[in-house]
Design a protein around this ligand. Structure first.
Ligand code: GLU
Length: 470
């Protein structure tokens, strides 16, 4: 990243300030919303390999206007407090934008998970959970972590299990963390959720011809040329769904150790399987390999989807970006300074605070499932099917004709959990897009969707503060 760029945290706050200035807020309220309420740094020892190793971790609670506070835990060797604070702030705004009743939090542990065995990671994660718990930073009603970079389902089940052991009488213990495996209190569709949300958000963009035109694009997603940066959980699912379900062409996939490009379109699943098998993209039999992934970021395309790290588009490369639309699947991939350069070039940006909120949205569904102790669809699925059967019988007797068996089966099918989760997520993403657009078009001081998204979040949080202090 170019040293002249604002830091990640400064970038988030600068975007916030632009939006707050466009709103008519009571004096000081903007600052109150923007300020991170609490950050806890923990140093704890873990008995490993016959000795002790000291780990450093953080949990930032950015806001508490509603509870619980929500946000992932990142395991990364470069984790630091500023990054955690920036990510926690984004969680606050994200939840507000998609109307999820959570405040924002984030955690991180300074660790390279690759250097530890599964048993060691189990031990370390449980110790971290104990540290969080004893400081009131874990619990279904106060603070609910989830997966993020370097963490996944298995770690979430260790946290849930540890919490359950510490609180045997807590009937809602499993709701202390989301992103758990389905057999351990998770919900169907959580793994794909962030990528799925990215797909729904981009689909919604294409339902707004004015926006499509502003981006110098036309038509639908079909055949659109996409470059995706990062083939982790989010990037993989977004690329796969956009390619397989919307007919988009994935013409470039960028990873840390190089990129693969192919103008005719790549098969995301094949690239992903290759990456899992060989740990790199080099040698993939279709397309061309570029050693310097950064080069692929600058290639002409319709949609660029940064789905990896913060700050990948900075002052250093923003002017060379050749995309018409940037869909931010990662948290903070464009620095504040780069954002300005891109806007001057006429690039349309769908901001991270909205576009990657699919993960926390489905986390909310998981939390609700845990609190209700029943899977979605259990009570009404057969009822819905029986109603459908009755309607079809009536229809068939009215028209004196039998309907096609496949069409009938499709019509009758009652909703299962994955269908309901996807439907709830799609509704969430569509509604939030429209709210942001409305905010943009109704406020002449707002000139882009990132500012509109921040303003939408700030407005709703300010209303909560306002009613608290009445
Ligand atoms: N880590 C994800 C994010 O950045 C998910 C957070 C959650 O589900 O709480 O949005």
């Amino acid at each position: 990243m170019n040293t002249a760029d604002l830091s990640f945290l400064e970038s988030v706050n600068a975007s916030f300030n632009l939006a707050a200035d466009a709103l008519d807020l009571p004096k000081g309220l903007g600052r109150q919303i923007r300020t991170c309420n609490a950050v806890c740094e923990m140093k704890f020892g873990v008995e490993l390999k016959g000795g002790y190793e000291i780990f450093t971790g953080w949990r930032a609670t950015h806001s508490e206007h509603v509870l619980p506070a929500k946000g992932g835990i990142r395991y990364a060797p470069f984790a630091n407090q500023q990054e955690v604070e920036a990510l926690a702030a984004l969680m606050t705004y994200k939840c507000s934008i998609v109307n999820i009743p959570f405040a924002g939090s984030k955690g991180a542990l300074c660790i390279d998970p690759k250097n530890y065995s599964l048993e060691e990671l189990d031990h370390i994660t449980r110790r971290f959970a104990q540290e969080l718990d004893k400081r009131g930073l874990l619990g279904p009603g106060v603070n609910v972590p989830a997966p993020d970079m370097g963490t996944g389902q298995r770690m979430m089940s260790w946290i849930a299990d540890e919490y359950q052991k510490l609180h045997p009488n807590e009937i809602n213990a499993r709701a202390c963390v989301t992103g758990k495996p389905v057999h351990f209190g998770g919900v169907q569709g959580r793994i794909e959720a962030t990528g799925r949300g990215v797909q729904y958000g981009i689909q919604e963009f294409f339902r707004h011809p004015g926006d499509v035109k502003k981006a110098n694009l036309e038509g639908s997603l079909e055949g659109k040329k996409i470059i995706i940066q990062g083939l982790g959980n989010v990037g993989y699912h977004a690329a796969k769904f956009l390619e397989e379900e919307d007919g988009a062409k994935i013409i470039g996939i960028i990873e840390r150790n190089g990129a693969i490009i192919c103008d005719q379109g790549l098969n995301t699943e094949e690239v992903y399987q290759y990456k899992i098998q060989y740990g790199k993209l080099e040698g993939f039999p279709h397309g061309k390999f570029l050693e310097n992934g950064e080069d692929a970021l600058k290639l002409p395309c319709d949609i660029l989807i940064p789905a990896a790290m913060e700050g990948v588009i900075s002052r250093a490369n923003a002017s060379q970006i050749n995309a018409k639309l940037i869909a931010e699947a990662a948290n903070g991939p464009i620095t504040f300074d780069a954002d300005k350069i891109l806007q001057d070039k006429g690039v349309f940006i769908i901001p991270d605070t909205y576009l990657n909120a699919g993960g926390v949205t489905v986390s909310y569904f998981e939390w609700l499932k845990n609190l209700s102790h029943v899977r979605f669809g259990r009570m009404d699925r057969r009822f819905v099917e029986a109603q459908g059967e009755k309607t079809i019988k009536l229809l068939e007797s009215g028209i004196e004709k039998c309907l096609d068996e496949h069409a009938k089966a499709d019509l009758i099918k009652g909703p299962d959990e994955i269908t309901l989760v996807r439907s709830g997520l799609e509704d969430t993403m569509r509604e939030a897009y429209q709210e942001i657009k409305e905010m943009h078009l109704s406020n002449p001081k707002i000139h882009d969707r990132r500012t509109a998204a921040f303003a939408s979040a700030i407005r709703k949080i300010a209303d909560i503060y306002d009613s608290m202090y009445l």
